[in-house]
Design a protein around this ligand. Structure first.
Ligand code: UD1
Ligand code: UDP
Length: 381
């Protein structure tokens, strides 16, 4: 029996760790524990409720307007105590948040092995995305087991000298979560979403939250979106706003009250991905949505200058647009006006996973600890 402690703190980590936690829980050779830093509060709790996960530890560290220093210090102190009490055989972390990096650091200080889920994504730019690129890189350096979602992320790790035997190519667990949640006949039960006729209107689903986009880049993006709504009477924009007040201040300043531009609270994961399935285009600076939307056949305009997820760009379903007003206008109009271009971009692609990533990760752990004779079959991408 090995004790595996999964640590996470924000909405996307929770979504992507939830299927894995469920997989670990049902394995008789694994004792599964969960600690959340609660770097996010409401947005984390939405996911814990949906997937019915009750953490063994909740550090409740979130503060309004927290800095990177706040998150780092509070999580590091809290996790030290949890790790000393639990003494797990393996700590699992996910992705690139500050919770991720700090959990890996705390594990290293206590000489506890670390498994990194969603390892090996890189832009190669130290400050883009900030601080995620370095969080992921440093977490990788501190990790013993690397669960690379795609063959490309495995190659990135190998180039940095990670031995092949410590890397498992698994697919991304976000596709496990997505496939378990999207339904053909989903009913929203939400006044705004129920008021929209998805047959007659073209719905643009928008989210923005990246630290490097706060301020002027967001101003430019929102200005472009306003112009789109004014010019196209059949377009409706749904914008579930991130809870970060720094995002909401710019939204209030630039958008305000506007017909067919729906500013709403963050949606629970189930209505959110079912809305993604019904929408026309996704515009986002989110990492996870760049992985989900291609699987649903939705074109994605990425509102960033770099991406650590080039696979869907290569598949043709994602365009890296940047944040300039004119760039956002041009690429959005192109999708709205050119049906051939839209059709090409909306061909479903699954470069990120096949729904079995969590099972592969659990098997990889068992194989690594000698509790299973064969390694998991690789995800081919
Ligand atoms: C964090 C991660 C980012 C990830 C994103 C997902 C870091 C440094 N950043 O960024 O990598 O892509 O989460 O969304 O790890 N807030 C609430 N309630 C919530 C969540 C946030 O009120 O449930 C507000 C708080 O005022 C908080 C602020 O949002 O201080 C920012 O949260 P924080 O986790 O620091 O940064 P994010 O931009 O959410
Ligand atoms: N998401 C959600 N509700 C929302 C917006 C996003 O459940 O209102 C989900 C989305 O499907 C994806 C994840 O949250 O799985 C992305 O989180 P976020 O954009 O906050 O972080 P990132 O992916 O950029 O790290």
């Amino acid at each position: 029996m090995i004790k595996v402690l999964s640590v996470f703190g924000t909405r996307p980590e929770a979504i992507k760790m939830a299927p894995l936690v469920k997989e670990l829980e049902k394995n008789e050779n694994i004792q599964s524990r969960v600690a959340v830093t609660a770097q996010h509060r409401e947005m984390l709790d939405q996911v814990l409720d949906l997937f019915d996960i009750v953490p063994d530890y909740d550090l409740d560290i979130m503060m309004q307007g927290q800095t990177l220093f706040d998150i780092t210090c509070r999580a590091l102190a809290g996790l030290k105590e949890v790790f000393e009490i639990e003494k797990p055989n393996l700590i699992l972390v996910h992705g690139d948040t500050t919770t991720t990096f700090v959990a890996a650091l705390a594990a290293y200080y206590l000489q506890i092995p670390v498994g990194h889920v969603e390892a090996g994504l890189r832009t190669g730019e130290k400050y883009s995305p900030f601080p995620e690129e370095m969080n992921r890189h440093l977490t990788g350096t501190l990790s013993d087991l690397h669960f690379a979602p795609t063959p490309l992320s495995r190659e990135n790790l190998q180039k940095e000298g990670v031995p092949q035997k410590n890397i498992y190519v698994t697919g991304n667990t976000v596709i496990d979560a997505l496939l378990a949640t999207v339904r053909q006949e989903y009913i929203f039960n939400d006044p705004v979403l129920d008021s929209i006729d998805f047959q007659r209107s073209r719905v643009l689903l928008v989210t923005t939250h990246r630290r490097e986009n706060l301020g002027d880049p967001m101003r430019e993006i929102y200005q472009a979106l306003k112009e789109i709504v004014e010019e196209y009477p059949d377009v409706e924009i749904i914008f579930p706003m991130h809870k970060n007040p720094a995002v909401r201040n710019v939204v209030d300043e630039v958008i305000g009250d506007m017909p067919r531009f729906h500013l709403i609270e963050p949606l629970d994961y189930a209505p959110f991905v079912n809305l993604m399935q019904k929408c026309f285009i996704v515009l986002t600076d989110s990492g996870g949505m760049q992985e989900e939307a291609p699987s649903l056949g939705k074109p994605v305009l990425v509102l960033r200058n770099t991406t650590e997820r080039p696979e869907a760009m290569e598949a043709g379903t994602v365009v890296l647009v940047g944040t300039g007003r004119e760039d956002v206008l041009r690429e959005t109009k192109r999708l709205l006006d050119d049906t051939g271009h839209y059709r090409q971009m909306s061909e479903a692609a699954n470069p990120y996973g096949d729904g079995s990533a969590s099972a592969r990760i659990a098997q990889g752990i068992l194989y690594h600890y000698g509790l299973k004779k064969t390694p998991p079959e690789k995800f081919k991408g």
